[in-house]
Design a protein around this ligand. Structure first.
Ligand code: SF4
Length: 292
């Protein structure tokens, strides 16, 4: 049985940067606080917690006066920075530069929309840390939509600027943009309100979809390794399933079922932008041990 780990799967540069900042701090200090899980992968969170990384919530900031707190790649709303100043907390900002750029663009978009009585729409997962950070840039003055069905929340008589959370599916985003455009045409009296759509899905995510589809199609069985709460993981797993019905989503080696491998010639192991390489290697070793 051939086993191949997808060389393009695994941490994106935003996550690599956050983890390396955490590791270099932990080399100097025994404890470092991280606001939320550093990555949507419980195995990696456990590995780093054994080295002294403590995951905290926003509520915990109030009792961490004078401590160091790492902000993960997802980015944060302005209130987090304000609270850190109030508590004398030193921020180690590992917000991904791609997310920071998007936050800035949303602020600029809101200034333009305020001038013309328009709206900012964000296509993303409500309650996701990145979306909370994006919404926070403009004081909540935005409409978050999670699916095509939710475009009814938009006022089609007013101008619109739309952005997507960096890890959303690019095809679904385009369908939503097209649907909004159609509604604007239908609802106007010849003068369509303006729609400006921003290409804000991260290249690290959109390129991976095309690549992972090719990878999944060349193997008889796919083990997709990811944390269950990774939206990028869900999206890439669906991409694998679309070309390979023998695709299984696992978060750890404990979830591997030996029965999956009966008569299988090749196994492809791949994962999300939040999946550590060492975990995919552990999965490969586990399958090799079963085959012995
Ligand atoms: S997926 Fe892209 S935007 Fe998100 S953390 Fe990774 S590099 Fe940054």
């Amino acid at each position: 049985m051939v086993i191949e780990i997808d060389s393009r799967s695994g941490f994106c540069f935003g996550v690599v940067n956050a983890i390396s900042q955490a590791e270099s701090e932990l080399a100097k200090n025994r404890t470092l606080y991280c606001l939320g899980d550093i990555v949507h992968n419980s195995e990696e969170v456990r590995r780093l917690s054994e080295r002294g990384l403590v995951t905290i919530s926003h509520e915990d900031l109030k009792r961490l006066k004078g401590k160091k707190v790492l902000l993960r790649a997802h980015g944060e709303p302005p209130e987090t920075y304000e609270e850190a100043v109030r508590q004398g907390i030193t921020i180690i900002d590992a917000s991904c530069p791609v997310v920071l750029r998007l936050q800035k663009k949303i602020k600029e978009g809101w200034e333009r929309m305020q001038a013309v009585g328009g709206q900012i729409v964000i296509y993303g997962k409500r309650g996701h840390a990145e979306v909370i950070g994006l919404v926070g840039q403009i004081g909540g003055n935005t409409i978050v939509i999670e699916s095509l069905g939710e475009i009814e929340k938009i006022d089609f008589t007013k101008p619109i600027e739309i952005f997507a959370q960096t890890t959303m599916n690019a095809d679904d985003y385009q369908i939503i943009i097209d649907a909004i455009q159609n509604r604007l045409k239908q609802n106007s009296d010849g003068k369509s309100p303006h729609l400006k759509s921003h290409k804000s899905i991260c290249n690290q995510v959109s390129n991976r979809k095309t690549e992972i589809i090719k990878f999944a199609a060349r193997h008889s069985l796919i083990l997709f390794v990811s944390g269950k709460n990774s939206s990028n993981g869900r999206m890439l797993f669906e991409a694998c399933q679309s070309v390979n019905p023998h695709s299984h989503f696992i978060s750890s080696t404990a979830e591997i079922d030996p029965a999956w491998f009966n008569g299988v010639e090749s196994v492809g192991i791949c994962g999300a932008t939040s999946t550590p390489r060492w975990l995919m290697e552990e999965v490969a070793d586990n399958i090799k041990d079963m085959a012995l």
